[in-house]
Structures are given as C-alpha cells and as structure tokens.
Design a protein around this ligand. Structure first.
Ligand code: FAD
Length: 336
C-alpha cells in the first residue's frame, strides 16, 4: 500500500441506466469539486457501459476533469461481481484518494464489497460531504441514532475514502464548455465472472411514474389524512399542479400508500421547487429529506407543528377544508 498522500484523485462512480447516466452521477460532481478546492486533485468520472465515452464528454462539461471509462456492453446491466472486480482493478491501478458512489440500490450493493476488497472504510448514505483540512480527510456526514444526531465520519488511516450519497442531496453544477482527458480502462470479457444471469427487468409496481427525486412540484400527504381513501384528495391536488405525490413514513407504515412515495431519511431525498406538506408534523426524519426544496408550504391544523419552523408559507387549518378549496381554485385558474 502506498503512503496515504500518494493516493490522488476524487472519483465519482457514474450509474448508467438504459444508456444514460442517472442524475445523481452528475450531482456527485458537485461535492467532488468542493473537495478539489482543498486538495487540488482531479475530479474523475468513472463510467462503465456502452456509450460511456459519449457520457464522459457530458461529465467533463458538468464538473469532471477527467473520465475513466470501460465502453463495453457487459456493463449495461449491473452485475455485483463484474462491477466490483472492475472498479477494484481500476482503484488498485490508479489509487484514488476518495470515491463518491450513488446510494442507489446498485451503489449500495457495490460500495461495501469494494471497501472490503480495498481494505478501507465506507460511510454509507451521506447527507453532506466536506473536506477537513485539519484531519486532511473527507468529512462524511450521515444521520445516526435514528436520525436524532448527525455523525461526521473520517477515514483517516486508509485510502481510498469511500462514501455513498443519496440522489437529490446535491445540486448539479452549471454546465461549462470544456473538455478533458478520457482514459479507456482495458477490460477483457470473461465468462467465469458472470455468476449472475440477467433474465428480465421488472419495474416495481407504480415505480415508473414516481420520480420524486426529479420532481419540481411535490404534494405530500401524511398521517393527518386519517385513512387511505383520503389520499385521493392529495392525488387530485397533485394532478391539478402537474406534481408528484409524496408522503411520510407514518402513512406508509399505516399501509395507505407505497414506500416508493416516502420522503425522508429512510425514503427519498427531494429538491423540488415547491414542496407542499399536508397533515405532516415535520419530524426530523421527514425534514432530512426536504431540506433542499426551494419553497416549503405546510398545511396543518396544529400551529405548533414543527413543520411550520421550516415552512416558507404555512396555512393553519383543517386539511379537509383547505385542500379541496385549493384544488378547486387551481383548476379554475388553469381553465382560464
Ligand atoms: P404525524 O407525526 O402523526 O403528524 C400528523 C400531522 O397531521 C400532525 O401534525 C397533525 O397536527 C396533522 N393533522 C391531523 N389532522 C389534521 C387535519 N384534519 N388537518 C390538518 N392537519 C392535520 N418519517 C418520514 O416521513 N420519512 C422518513 O424517511 C422517516 N424515517 C424514519 C427513520 C427512523 C429511523 C425513524 C425512527 C423514524 C422515521 N420516520 C420517518 C418517522 C418520523 O419520525 C415520524 O413518525 C413521521 O414522519 C410522522 O409522519 P406524519 O408527520 O405523517 O405523522
């Protein structure tokens, strides 16, 4: 193992789906550039799959200094062994100092495997990333003790420093008209690495329509709705606003709505232009998912509800009166 200071490069592992990079890949270039401001290291986009050379050009515009690619169809579907083997080989060859990995299903599968292979530490599910010049390491922040505490974790004795980061936590950088080096990593297809055979891709029920992370308007209903049927009211308002339906964990736990809609620490992290919280108290675990929203509007009958502390606009009132009125008014305005 090299001296810790000899590890160079802030890597961002891109995740491709159906030939395109998921938004979170570009989002992670933003904290990578924050680290670069302190260390001066290159930000490297690591991209595996068909068309990765083309995606690399986009990555260079969106904040990467370099790209390391394997442009091969074997990587078009995530495969734990193949991905772990390849990224391990890349990391052993180039020795990056840190790796930012999307906290998606695939990223969450690969990151701990990589950490073991590379004999290093991993901070999972980070909500913020900074560089601490005193410790000379990345400060990975993530909720701990049920979300009641934010823990800052350092990997001060091993390299690379690994962290998974949720989609929607960081905003993408402004595109710049620049290019950079695209390096192809040699890959030899081999039969024996494929212990997993891809048969069919099945979308989770309702999953296609629920893009909370990319939504500009989110209308979330909580436990204050009282019963499953009342979600129709939320859907109606969401339809009127061309928005997406979100929810709290209490409503999911009650079986009123699928977990795909859940916002918060154990749900999705969102960054809409407008987030409307209806009958949601504003527990810390819910707020953890909405802090990047531009504007938060709360409707709650309890003026002391914690949601009002973070809301830009609040309506203290009975949601069963307010929401239908609001929907009606919006429909009226739209029909003009
Ligand atoms: P409640 O807290 O019960 O609030 C209901 C609100 O509705 C109240 O404020 C009430 O005043 C209001 N209300 C009731 N009737 C009306 C009415 N007629 N008109 C207007 N307002 C009304 N929660 C999440 O949301 N997301 C997470 O990801 C998440 N992760 C968690 C992880 C852990 C480890 C733990 C321990 C908890 C987590 N939770 C999460 C749960 C969280 O602590 C809260 O229990 C949950 O957010 C509460 O949901 P709620 O606001 O819908 O319900």
């Amino acid at each position: 193992m090299s001296n810790l200071n000899e590890y160079k490069g802030i890597w961002v592992l891109f995740e491709l789906f159906e030939g395109e990079a998921k938004k979170v890949s570009y989002e992670l270039l933003s904290p990578a550039n924050d680290i670069k401001e302190h260390t001066g290291e290159d930000v490297v986009a690591v991209i595996l799959g068909s068309g990765s050379k083309e995606i690399a050009k986009e990555a260079l515009k969106m904040g990467a200094d370099k790209a390391l690619v394997v442009d091969h169809k074997d990587f078009d579907r995530y495969d734990s062994d193949l991905y772990t083997d390849t990224v391990e080989a890349m990391a052993k060859k180039y020795e990056p100092s840190s790796m930012l990995i999307p906290a998606t299903n695939n990223g969450r599968d690969m990151a701990p495997r990589l950490a073991v292979r590379l004999q290093t530490g991993l901070t999972a599910d980070c909500t913020s990333i900074a560089y601490d010049p005193e410790v000379e390491a990345v400060a990975w922040t993530r909720p701990a003790f049920g979300g009641n505490l934010m823990a800052q974790i350092f990997c001060s004795e091993h390299r690379p420093q690994l962290g998974t980061v949720r989609p929607g936590v960081f905003k993408t950088m402004e595109a710049q008209d620049k290019d950079g080096e695209i390096v192809e990593f040699p890959y030899q297809a081999s039969e024996d690495v494929h212990r997993i055979k891809f048969i069919e891709y099945v979308e989770e029920a309702g999953g296609q329509d629920v893009d909370l992370e990319g939504a500009e308007f989110i209308i979330s209903g909580g436990f204050g709705l009282g019963k499953k049927e009342n979600f129709e009211m939320i859907e109606e308002l969401a339809n009127a606003l061309d928005g997406t339906v979100g929810t709290s964990r209490a409503a999911v736990d009650a079986g009123w709505i699928s977990h795909i809609h859940q916002v918060g620490q154990t749900g999705k992290t969102v960054q809409p232009k407008i987030y409307v919280a209806i009958g949601i108290s504003g527990a810390i675990q819910h707020l953890a998912g909405i802090s990047s929203s531009d504007t938060v509007i709360a409707i709650n009958k309890d003026p002391e509800a914690p949601i009002f502390k973070v809301a830009d606009y609040g309506i203290v009132g009975d949601l069963f009166e307010v929401v239908p009125l609001l929907t009606e008014k919006i429909k009226e305005i739209k029909s003009k």
